[in-house]
Design a protein around this ligand. Structure first.
Ligand SMILES: Nc1ncnc2c1ncn2[C@@H]1O[C@H](COP(=O)(O)OP(=O)(O)OP(=O)(O)O)[C@@H](O)[C@H]1O
Length: 482
């Protein structure tokens, strides 16, 4: 066991164990006492003390040539404003617009990734939910495209229509003319090519005057590419957002691979992959190079590797029986009185659909509408709704300052509702990655310390599943008794 060591951060509670045998895994230990050995200690392992900042993963990653982590090596960029980082690269009117919107100070991921992105290197943006990855890749796009040229020069691929609408909105906001700005030149046009959209109208638009930037779901995009309605020969930047989700989705992976290797080539484009979760990221990086999804010198910008979820989240659980869940949920809402909340419910199983049962999302929303009169706005968002209803639901959530959204995992990825302070897992998510993304719908104000709460409603049998998520994502969940 000569290859094993464990690294203990000062102060506890996190002691981290690393062993080559466990394939560079990082495990939170069960002890709070810095002098005692953790109970999941690897026998024969050597103890190394380090501060939380000199994180072991920073040391481990420094051996990997193209990985930037939150270690000293990437603290290089000390710029205090986005303007300082982007001036001379991103057009002045875009910077002015960003400032008007309130994007002045860069978030950590923007500070650390923008110098790399603006240098033209392919990049994997791997940072916590709500950390501002969207603005980082949009600023790159605005630095590269030429609005005077009538051709699609940047493409952003997203997994859902909802995320596509959101990204399009931010891109259009940045592309629009700043107030009091005499802009003679044409500004960038941004087209949303999303499932359920008006593809006929888009067809004429693409032919008559191609937009500069296209935000697309992979299904609609491939339909257009296969029919040769538009080509990617002028594309200079390709962004794939929520990349792990897309590679993991049996519906999307085939088309995504085709887009990366057949419809376009790494030599003619800069490729950016973004996500808050990239499981087995070293393996993914290897695939990127081997499969020619990115160039060989792709940079992995990895922030907070040891704390994959925002630190302002408080996690708790309530043990209850299945039948008690609605009533317990109601009690929790009464006690918490959240400003805005999302209640996550599992998608209805095929078996339950066939049996003609009412989906639990519908049962919960009906129950809340009759028993939780404090909230006038209780809205539903799930896959089975048609696209217009889904869009209306999200619009209403955004417009009303406070609201309860009952949703399936369709709302778990990328959706930005900054007022959300509470997430309730009425049903536990299937995986730790899903837990991370559901939790990440809160704590979306980059410079705020506001505490946000994640509450898990679980049966006694599910406690070990939650414990597994705690180990994998390195957080602690407190029991709440009502
Ligand atoms: N520099 C900035 N200053 C202030 N607010 C910012 C800045 N950058 C981003 N934001 C805001 O932070 C929030 C989260 O940003 P964004 O949606 O890009 O996160 P993300 O990293 O893509 O998260 P996820 O992984 O969940 O998709 C948004 O409301 C955005 O407007």
């Amino acid at each position: 066991m000569a290859m094993a060591c464990y690294l203990q951060t000062k102060p506890p509670p996190f002691t981290l164990i690393w062993s080559r045998k466990t394939n560079l895994r990082c495990i939170p230990c069960k002890t709070q006492n810095p002098n005692s050995r953790p109970s999941n200690f690897i026998s024969g392992a050597r103890r190394i003390l380090c501060s939380a900042e000199e994180h072991p993963f920073a040391q481990l990653n420094s051996s990997s040539v193209n990985t930037l982590t939150s270690s000293a090596e990437v603290r290089g960029s000390s710029a205090s404003t986005l303007r300082e980082i982007c001036e001379g690269r991103v057009p002045e009117h875009v910077l002015r617009r960003a400032e008007e919107v309130g994007y002045i100070v860069p978030t950590d991921v923007q500070r650390q990734s923008l110098p790399t992105l603006l240098s033209g290197r392919d990049c994997i943006l791997h940072a916590q939910t709500g950390s501002g990855k969207t603005l980082a890749y949009l600023l790159l796009i605005f630095s590269v495209v030429n609005a005077q040229r009538s051709a699609v020069q940047a493409l952003i691929v997203v997994p859902t229509r909802e995320l596509g609408m959101q990204v399009t909105k931010v891109a259009r906001l940045l592309a629009s003319k700043p107030m009091d700005h005499e802009l003679e030149q044409k500004t960038c046009t941004v087209m949303a090519l999303l499932d359920g959209g008006m593809l006929k109208r888009h067809k004429s638009w693409l032919k008559a005057e191609p937009p500069t930037v296209v935000v697309a779901t992979i299904g609609s995009l491939c339909q257009m590419l296969e029919k040769h309605i538009f080509k990617l020969e002028a594309m200079r930047v390709l962004v794939v957002d929520e990349v792990d989700f897309m590679f993991n989705s049996s519906k999307q992976v085939y088309s995504l691979r085709k887009l990366l290797t057949s419809f376009s080539s790494i030599n003619n484009r800069q490729t950016v992959f973004a996500s808050a979760s990239i499981p087995r990221h070293r393996h993914f990086l290897y695939d990127c190079r081997q499969q020619k999804w990115t160039k060989n010198d792709v940079v992995h910008v990895h922030l907070n590797p040891v704390q994959p979820m925002p630190s302002c989240l408080q996690h708790r659980f309530v043990i209850c029986r299945d039948k008690e869940r609605p009533q317990i949920l109601l009690s929790l809402l009464h006690v918490d009185a959240p400003k805005s909340a999302i209640i996550f419910i599992s998608e209805q199983s095929e078996k339950s659909k066939k049996a003609g049962h009412t989906p639990s999302s519908v049962r919960v929303i009906e129950f809340l509408r009759t028993s939780y009169s404090e909230y006038s706005e209780i809205l539903l968002l799930e896959e089975n709704m048609n696209f217009n209803l889904r869009a209306t639901s999200l619009l209403e959530v955004r417009q009303s300052g406070s609201c309860i959204l009952v949703a399936t995992d369709i709302a778990a990825r990328g959706i930005d509702l900054p007022e959300t302070t509470h997430v309730y897992n009425f049903d536990l998510p299937k995986t730790a990655v899903d837990y991370l993304h559901r939790s990440g719908r809160t704590a979306r104000k980059p410079f705020s310390d506001e505490k946000c709460t994640i509450t898990n409603m679980i049966t006694p049998k599910e406690r070990f599943v939650l414990q597994r998520f705690e180990n994998e994502l390195m957080f602690h969940c407190n029991e709440l008794s009502l």
